[in-house]
Design a protein around this ligand. Structure first.
Ligand code: FNR
Length: 349
């Protein structure tokens, strides 16, 4: 089995163990990507970070035909999901305020299984307002948000946090201790410090100590490694090296959302891009977002098919909508979007 699926009742900290997860990714973690990740062995999926305020006034609309649930803002859907991913879906919040975080969590809690707090985003738009990685050096606020979420959420909704390493070991362990004591079910550690760039190797060797420390606290909290994992095989290596209960994958999944499988799709142009576009069209995923996600897909290309791959990429870049004939021709219509969706439902339920 590529990964353990959680049981269909609500999640507990045990469901965050022995798994390989899709990381939260703004834009790249769109609904069709999450569904493909689940189909190909991801045991849980994180939604893209949503700033607390952004969802508060959104209108929830469910499509009666496809079942897609959209939280619509004034001009666009802020967040879209589907009930089939609910047992596996963790909704990530960007916040620096316990009350707003709780209000945001309450807005979506009937459509998700867990709420995660982003404590790692180093981008100025997050840190300027005290969110993301700014929380790492403001543990009082960080922990007040987690405590409020745990207090206000029903027990069937898990609360978790995603942090980065602090420069010193001692400070990291102090922070981890405080976070674990708020009652979280899981803690993801992106093994880079706030100032490290993604091209610098993650410091996975620092994780074992954190795992041992959390286990020593005896609360059953899952520690999830994040940073540089390339897929299923690599997740096994990282778990053996660090003792982490699970591994979370971002960029490798952005390139190929089937990387969670022990047998990931190789020729993505043929095996991933057409089904992805058909599914995205069926789910009425925003065209620009679909195009963006497909442009991130990279696989091992089989040489003889290179001309085909090029044709498909060209058709995609020329097309202005799902219905452009050049795109339809390039992806073929042997399978319908509804059939793609039904296959996913069968694989993940
Ligand atoms: C991210 N990352 C991220 N992290 C987070 O907590 N919330 C988010 O919304 C996002 N958004 C996001 C978008 C994109 C396009 C990328 C590439 C990354 C960070 C991500 O979850 C992860 O921590 C890092 O990318 C490190 O993991 P990998 O890429 O080494 O597996």
């Amino acid at each position: 089995r590529p990964a353990k699926k959680p049981k269909l009742s609500h999640l507990t900290s045990e469901d965050f163990k022995n798994g390989i997860f899709l990381a939260p990714m703004v834009r790249s973690g769109a609904l069709p990507t999450r569904l493909f990740a689940l189909k190909h062995g991801a045991s849980l999926v994180w939604g893209p970070e949503m700033v607390d305020k952004a969802i508060l006034h959104a209108e929830r609309v469910a499509d009666p035909v496809t079942g897609v649930i959209s939280y619509n803002g004034k001009s666009r859907a802020m967040f879209t999901t589907h009930s089939i991913e609910k047992p596996y879906l963790i909704y990530q919040i960007g916040s620096s305020d316990p009350d707003l975080a709780v209000q945001a969590a309450k807005t979506v809690m009937n459509d998700v299984s867990g709420i995660d707090l982003n404590c790692g985003c180093p981008k100025p738009f997050s840190t300027h307002s005290g969110m993301g990685a700014a929380l790492l050096t403001n543990p009082d606020v960080l922990c007040s948000i987690l405590t409020a979420l745990r207090r206000e959420m029903p027990p069937e909704i898990t609360v978790s946090a995603k942090i980065r390493l602090l420069p010193s070991r001692e400070d990291t362990l102090k922070l981890v201790e405080r976070i674990v004591n708020t009652g979280v079910s899981a803690l993801t550690v992106h093994c880079r410090t706030r100032n490290m760039r993604d091209r610098e190797p993650a410091m996975v060797e620092r994780l074992q100590e954190i795992v041992d420390f959390v286990e020593g606290m005896g609360r059953g909290v899952a520690v999830i490694e994040n940073g540089d994992c390339t897929g299923w095989e690599d997740a096994r290596r990282i778990r053996a090296l660090t003792g982490a209960h699970s591994v979370m994958v971002a960029r490798a999944a952005e390139s190929n959302p089937s990387c969670f499988s022990s047998t990931p799709l190789q020729d993505v142009e043929r095996t991933l891009v057409p089904p992805y576009i058909r599914l995205a069209e069926y789910l009425d995923n925003h065209w620009g977002l679909t195009k963006f996600c497909v442009n991130q897909f990279h696989g091992t290309h089989v040489d003889v098919r290179k001309a085909d791959s090029k044709a498909l990429r060209q058709a995609l870049s020329k097309s202005k909508s799902y219905t452009d004939s050049v795109l339809k021709e390039a992806i073929g219509d042997d399978v319908s979007g509804k059939e793609e969706f039904d296959q996913i439902v069968k694989a993940i339920e």
